[in-house]
Design a protein around this ligand. Structure first.
Ligand code: PHE
Length: 338
């Protein structure tokens, strides 16, 4: 019976190379050292060996067995070591890797303009109030001296909801009515929010935009008071050199009414493309509260007078921050906000 130790060891080493896990290892081990394994088989063969060679043969098999055990044991150690390392690797954290970048939001120019405007008016003693974006026609039109037959209503008629019981407000002036039905004079409030109109969208118009409304009710309110408030506001917004121009205009809920211009922020009034060579830019509508409006909310026009103004927020923001197209405000391009 021959015992080719070198070949067996070679065979073992070849097979060990393809062992990938503990299962493979067990199979291999039993193939060599198991009950039906090669070494056991060789041991059994001793019976067939000549008597005088039995001892030598037995020693050789034992020698082979212990060499196989050595190889398998050291391989097992290696396997365990690898397993440990791969587990350690799983928990490994590279503390030198750069963290994920957090992107912080920025205040939108519309919000910024509203906040800055509110700051100016609250410093003058005004209180900020909320209005309704979905408004009843009475607050949006009727109570503001704009009955159903009134031509000014046509110009602003807008998106009606709920069988015309409500509408998307066309201006923030409804807040005047809501405030006056809730508060007693003297009143000084500002409010801001979205308004909606049937406008075509272009660089300076949108079907949705922001207004900022102011209402001041007291005894003996004059156009002089209105002018002063607007001067303070626009100068704080655009700088002290700015001039304010009140041009007579018509809004059903004020008498007298004005379109209010400021001297061109771009050219200082000399005339340029921004002001279309007029030197002036229209920024808001204003006036003294119409006696009918005061009567509609139960105030006696002989006792109380008021002034009101409605600012186009986009207009102010475009002028202040040099935005040439109104669409930028709602295009949702993060680069614009940044
Ligand atoms: N509500 C008017 C508009 O939308 C602006 C305005 C407000 C005018 C208050 C006078 C007084 O055009």
């Amino acid at each position: 019976m021959d015992l080719n130790k070198d070949q067996i060891m070679m065979n073992l080493k070849n097979k060990i190379d393809s062992v990938k896990n503990l299962e493979d290892f067990k199979v291999l081990k039993s193939e060599f050292l198991g009950k039906k394994g090669q070494v056991t088989q060789l041991m059994k063969n001793i019976s067939k060996i000549d008597k005088e060679k039995k001892k030598e043969y037995g020693q050789k098999v034992n020698q082979l067995k212990s060499e196989i055990e050595d190889v398998l044991n050291s391989f097992m150690e290696e396997l365990n070591e690898k397993k440990k390392k791969s587990e350690e690797l799983k928990d490994w954290v590279d503390v030198t890797v750069r963290g994920a970048k957090n992107s912080y939001g920025k205040e939108h120019l519309i919000n910024k303009t509203i906040r800055e405007s509110f700051e100016i008016f609250t410093n003058l003693g005004f209180t900020v109030v909320e209005g309704n974006e979905i408004e009843e026609p009475w607050f949006n039109f009727d109570a503001l001296n704009t009955p159903e037959w009134h031509p000014a209503r046509d110009m602003q008629d807008t998106f009606y909801l709920n069988l015309e019981k409500t509408l998307l407000r066309t201006h923030t002036s409804g807040v005047q009515i809501r405030t006056m039905t809730k508060m007693n004079p003297p009143i000084a409030v500002v409010s801001s929010g979205r308004v909606y109109r049937k406008d075509e969208i272009d660089a300076t118009h949108s079907a949705m935009f922001y207004q900022l409304e102011g209402l001041f009710i007291d005894k003996k309110v004059t156009v002089g008071n209105l002018r002063k408030f607007l001067e303070i506001y626009t100068k704080k917004m655009f700088g002290d050199s700015l001039k304010v121009l009140l041009r007579p205009s018509y809004f059903p809920f004020v008498e007298p009414g004005f379109e209010v211009d400021v001297s061109c922020i771009n050219c200082g009034g000399k005339g340029c493309s921004v002001c279309k060579n007029t030197g002036w830019i229209e920024v808001l509508g204003a006036g003294l509260v119409h006696p009918n409006v005061l009567k509609n909310v139960g105030f006696d026009p002989d006792e109380w007078q008021g002034l009101a103004f409605g600012v186009g927020v986009e207009r102010i923001a475009m002028l202040k921050y040099g935005v040439s197209n109104m669409r930028e405000f709602f295009k949702n391009d993060i680069r614009f906000v940044e």
